[in-house]
Each structure stands twice: as structure tokens, then as C-alpha cells.
Design a protein around this ligand. Structure first.
Ligand SMILES: CC(=O)SCCNC(=O)CCNC(=O)[C@H](O)C(C)(C)COP(=O)(O)OP(=O)(O)OC[C@H]1O[C@@H](n2cnc3c(N)ncnc32)[C@H](O)[C@@H]1OP(=O)(O)O
Length: 432
């Protein structure tokens, strides 16, 4: 028989280490997430590491628990039937501005309890709590593109997988200004956060990374939860000898044909560091191909190669999804690329951003206010579409052509495109 939604208790809590009373609840929550994403059951040591990372990131955990008695032999009521995690990090919103953003992650609902409204309940409660706490923006990365539009999230950045032929055709038109040297990957435990910080500040769409990144890049936390001795690393030094880029990578094995190196993480604080790390990757002997799962879509690499066909796209996909919770907060936090004033009609099924708004970026300060009585809308759009255009990675003209947004004044979509443009292509290199 179906469980009505009232038969579940929703609890919000923080992770707790092994010597604290909250540990069993945190452990069972982590195991439920693993179950939801079809992972092997994790051992206690790995769970300790995840808990330490939760605490470092200030992660808040939500679990849905069965209020009644569970059937004999089944997982007991202490095991959540649904999970939902959230934490806050800075999002680069262009021109050097940062916006504290509510990040949603680890959403799972046990197969035997799906489609009973648990995701909707957890999501609506979480977004309302974040809004009440004064957060203007929420974000997530999606397992399926069909789930989150209904909650007001829109695709705001993209990424792709690439394979790069590093055989004789690979030649970069770039005169090095710095140098690259191989290092023990362990150094990334210390260096990776600072290098990422540099890249983050110059990349709209970038989100400050969680603790796990430096551990994975350094090989300290491999796929099977153990230290991964196959991980290698090279550092880029600028002309003054300061590290401003790194790549961590793994040889795919002698059975891989063509012989391939897989990039695990590549972070460059400058354009020169990026190209010079690629020069290094292209120079690795006995390797014919470099593959990278998380490459940017607007990638200077192909443009810097004598033969751009060395780069092959294997997958182009949505990455960061944004959800505006507070129109005035999110829009006034941005710096705009044009001096203009636009009246927007925003529809929001959950009510957070609903209404007619004036975005006035014509003066020295940006002002965002509810539109005065009688002011006519120039552009109508759903809050999900506002999330999509917020970082300039999706053109309002494309959404207009798709019938997603409506123009009431000719040229309003083009003006919105100019307003929301950012200083360099938006890209998010943080999966969460
Ligand atoms: C941010 C992240 O963590 S992304 C990872 C998401 N998790 C996964 O993909 C793990 C596997 N899937 C699951 O755990 C679940 O099926 C979930 C989380 C996707 C959905 O949970 P449920 O509790 O079944 O969703 P719920 O019943 O609340 O449905 C809410 C709405 O979303 C819709 N929906 C749910 N899942 C899907 C889906 N996979 N595709 C399209 N629509 C969906 C429902 O039809 C419902 O629509 P409505 O309320 O507008 O009528």
C-alpha cells in the first residue's frame, strides 16, 4: 500500500564524527546516499573521511524517515528513505563579484518510496529555509535534465568531455612565459586550493570547491576510497616561479589503445598556465591521446592548436543549474555589461521571485525594485530562464527563439543579452 506523505518525518542535522552521539544518523545517511547512486556499501574508515569533509564544508543533511514500523528484515526506520544535502559556497557572478550560493546535493529517494512527493517536500522546505536565511541564489548539478526545471532551476553553464590527439599533429601556437615541472601529487593537498582560488576569481560561473577536491587531485582519495598511487601531477610556474596551475592525471594503462592519459583535474590561474599545461600533456612520451571529462565548452585549446581537429568532443552537457530565490538580492549583486533599464515579468511556481521587476543598471548603482503601478513589462520569463541567462552562458535570444521567454518590446531580449554578458565565458569546474 502507498505511504501517504504524512507517514514520513523529515529531519535536518549535521554530520557528527564517530565519538559523538549523532554519528549513527550521519553514517546511515551517507550509506543511503551511496545506495541511491548505486555505489558499494562504504566501510567505516571511508565514512569517517566523508564526515570530516562534511564538517569542513559545513554541510547540512536532510533525511526522510518512515514514521511507522518497517516490515520484518527490511532496513529499520533509522535508515533514511530519502536524502538531501546542502551547503553554502561563493559563486563568481562576473566582473569580480561573488554571491554566497546555496548548493544542493546528494538528493536520493529509495526506489520503494519514489514518486510520493518526497523530493518535492524536501526541496520546497529547503528552498524556503534558504530564502528565509537571506540567500539569494540556489544551485545544483542534475542527474537528469527533466527533474529540476519545475523547482525553478535553469541550466547556467555547460561542460564537455574531450579527447585530444597528442601525436605528431599536436602543436600549440604559444610561446611559453613560464615553465612546467613534475611534482609528487601529495603537494596538491597544500597547493590545489590556492591555485583554484586564482582560477575561481577570474572565471564567472566558478564555485569555490569543497574539501574533497584537493584529496582526489592529490590521489589521497582514489575511486576505491584508498590512496591512488597511479595519480601523477605537474605544476605550472609563472615567470616569477610562483605556482599558478596544476594538472593531475593518470595513465590509462598499456591496454588502452591509443595509449591514453586521463586528466583528473586541470586548474590554471592564467591563460598562459592553461596552454603550457597542455603543452606539457602533449609532450608526454609513449602517450598518443589525452582525455578530459570536465573540459570547458568555450575552450581556447582548439584555437591555440595549429590543427584544431586534434580536439574531439565526446559529450556536451549541462553542468551548473541556478535558481534565483531573491530577485532584488541576485540581480543587484551583479555588475552589468551595459547601461540599461529593463522591466521583467518573472513567473515563479514556488512564489519566491514572482512579480514585475525593474532592473535599473543605467546609473552608477544597480537598483532592482518591484515595478511601479502601470509599468509595462518588456520581457516575460520563468525564474528558471532567469537562472539560465544570469551568467551570460545562455543567450535570451536563444530562449526567445525556443519560445521560453516573451518579448513585449522589440529588441528587449537583445538588450537583456548585452546586460547579462560577463567578462569571459562562464564555466563551472566544481561538481557537487
Ligand atoms: C542535485 C542532485 O543530487 S541530482 C541527483 C538526483 N538523484 C537521482 O537521480 C537518484 C535517483 N533518483 C531518485 O532518487 C528519485 O527518483 C528522485 C530524487 C529523482 C525523485 O524523487 P521522488 O521523491 O520520486 O520525486 P517526487 O515524488 O517528489 O516528484 C517531484 C516531481 O518531480 C517529478 N520527477 C521525479 N523524478 C523525475 C525524473 N527522474 N524525471 C522527471 N520528473 C521527475 C515528479 O513527476 C514530480 O512532478 P510534479 O510534482 O511536478 O508532479
Amino acid at each position: 500500500m502507498a505511504d501517504p506523505i504524512e507517514n514520513y518525518v523529515i529531519e535536518r542535522f549535521h554530520s557528527a564524527p564517530r565519538d559523538e552521539p549523532g554519528y549513527p544518523r550521519a553514517r546511515d545517511w551517507i550509506r543511503a546516499v551511496g545506495h541511491g547512486f548505486h555505489e558499494e556499501q562504504r566501510g567505516d574508515e571511508f565514512i569517517d573521511r566523508i564526515i570530516a569533509m562534511h564538517l569542513a564544508d559545513g554541510r547540512e543533511l536532510t533525511g526522510a524517515y518512515l514514521a511507522g514500523i518497517t516490515p520484518p528484515h527490511a532496513l529499520d526506520a533509522a535508515h533514511p528513505v530519502a536524502t538531501f544535502g546542502s551547503f553554502e559556497k561563493e559563486l563568481n557572478i562576473g566582473f569580480g563579484r561573488q554571491l554566497r550560493t546555496h548548493l544542493i546535493t546528494s538528493v536520493t529517494v529509495r526506489g520503494t518510496h519514489r514518486r510520493k512527493g518526497l523530493l518535492r517536500r524536501m526541496m520546497e522546505e529547503d528552498l524556503a529555509t534558504a530564502k528565509a536565511a537571506g540567500t539569494a541564489m540556489a544551485a545544483l548539478t542534475a542527474s537528469e535534465a527533466s527533474i529540476y526545471g519545475r523547482f525553478g532551476f535553469g541550466v547556467a553553464t555547460f561542460e564537455r568531455s574531450i579527447k585530444v590527439d597528442t601525436g605528431p599533429k599536436f602543436r600549440l601556437r604559444h610561446e611559453p612565459v613560464g615553465s612546467v615541472e613534475v611534482a609528487d601529487p601529495e603537494v596538491l593537498l597544500d597547493l590545489a586550493p590556492a591555485v583554484f582560488e586564482q582560477a575561481h576569481h577570474s572565471t564567472p560561473g566558478s564555485i569555490v570547491r569543497q574539501e574533497s577536491y584537493r584529496q582526489r587531485a592529490s590521489g589521497e582519495l582514489g575511486r576505491d576510497d584508498q590512496k591512488d598511487g597511479a595519480v601523477k601531477c605537474a605544476l605550472h610556474y609563472d615567470a616569477n616561479g610562483t605556482v599558478d596551475g596544476y594538472v593531475s592525471y593518470k595513465f590509462a594503462g598499456w591496454d588502452s589503445k591509443p595509449y591514453t592519459v586521463d586528466v583528473l583535474d586541470l586548474v590554471a590561474g592564467t591563460d598562459a598556465a592553461y596552454l603550457e599545461l597542455w603543452q606539457f600533456l602533449g609532450s608526454i612520451d609513449l602517450v598518443e591521446q589525452v582525455s578530459w571529462q570536465d573540459a570547458p565548452v568555450n575552450d581556447p585549446l582548439a584555437w591555440a592548436l595549429s590543427d584544431p581537429r586534434c580536439v574531439t568532443d565526446t559529450d556536451n552537457r549541462d553542468m551548473l543549474w541556478l535558481r534565483v530565490l531573491d530577485i532584488a538580492g541576485a540581480l543587484s549583486a551583479r555588475s552589468y555589461a551595459a547601461k540599461d533599464r529593463l522591466v521583467l515579468d518573472v513567473a515563479d511556481g514556488l512564489g519566491h521571485a514572482d512579480g514585475r521587476w525593474v532592473l535599473d543598471a543605467s546609473g552608477s548603482n544597480v537598483v532592482v525594485l518591484p515595478a511601479p503601478e502601470g509599468a509595462a513589462a518588456e520581457l516575460s520569463l520563468d525564474v528558471a530562464d532567469l537562472g539560465s541567462i544570469y551568467l551570460g552562458a545562455v543567450s535570451p535570444l536563444t530562449l526567445l527563439a525556443a519560445g521560453r521567454i516573451r518579448e513585449h518590446v522589440p529588441g528587449a531580449a537583445f538588450r537583456a543579452q548585452q546586460l547579462f554578458a560577463v567578462e569571459r565565458p562562464a564555466h563551472c569546474a566544481t561538481h557537487f
